[in-house]
Design a binder for this molecule. Structure first.
Ligand code: FMN
Length: 213
């Protein structure tokens, strides 16, 4: 019997994934409100690693603990204190041969800040978000610190033993809205980004200033 291609290794940049079974980024509802990785949520992914998944992407990890996602339960890698939790997660998943990548994001316009903290959500343009809140257009001077946070978060992921990071560019998270020269080039660049592992991001060969961090 021939082996299904699904169970053959795949190289993404310099990272080799043991098979092509990949867990898409998904917020689970197990996320604790303090942004940490609790035992139940770590176990949730370890079970997937045990089951044979080649690459696990940890959905919606904020680069700024003060800017959570659409609920206050948002995993954070925005501070060094979250590194040990991620280290435990990656060590335990690595024990089963799975690779682990957090999907990092600045929640920006989609943050629940207005609702839970009374803080204005800030996005690339003024916009009414999914919860019906009007977000404020970001000032130019607010952009570089956010780009810096992406870099710092990627470094924390590396310190925690993660195999890379996925930059969340879907929806209206701010990374998607960073200007690119043309739609055609954007498509090419996004395709290239998808092909690249985050180890490549760490080395700084990826799409934009955010990845160069
Ligand atoms: C409960 C749930 C949570 C999700 N959370 C995220 C997320 O945090 N980040 C993301 O990029 N996509 C998220 N998604 C989208 C999934 O990663 C995936 O793209 C989507 O479910 C389509 O894949 P499918 O057709 O295999 O279901 C989520 C999907 C579900 C069902």
């Amino acid at each position: 019997m021939t082996k299904s291609k699904l169970y053959t290794p795949l190289k993404i940049g310099s990272m080799e994934v043991k098979n092509r079974v990949m867990m898409a980024p998904m917020s689970t509802g197990f996320e604790p409100a303090d942004g940490s990785l609790s035992e139940p949520i770590i176990n949730y992914w370890v079970e997937r690693a045990k089951g044979g998944v080649g690459l696990i992407i940890i959905g919606a990890v904020t680069i700024d603990s003060e800017v959570p996602y659409q609920t206050p339960q948002t995993i954070s890698l925005g501070e060094d204190k979250f590194i040990p939790g991620f280290k435990e997660l990656t060590d335990r998943c690595h024990a089963y041969g799975a690779k682990v990548m957090p999907q990092i994001a600045y929640m920006g316009a989609e943050s629940c800040n207005p609702w839970f903290k009374g803080i204005e959500a800030v996005g690339p343009s003024s916009y009414v978000n999914a919860q019906g809140f009007q977000c404020r257009e970001m000032r130019l001077d607010e952009i570089p610190p956010i780009i810096k946070k992406y870099g710092e978060t990627a470094l924390r992921a590396k310190k925690a033993g993660c195999d890379g990071v996925q930059v969340h560019c879907a929806c209206v998270y701010d990374a998607r809205c960073l200007p690119l020269p043309s739609a055609k080039q954007a498509n090419r660049q996004i395709r290239r980004q998808l092909r690249q592992s985050s180890e490549t991001c760490f080395r700084g060969h990826s799409r934009n200033s955010l990845c160069r961090r």
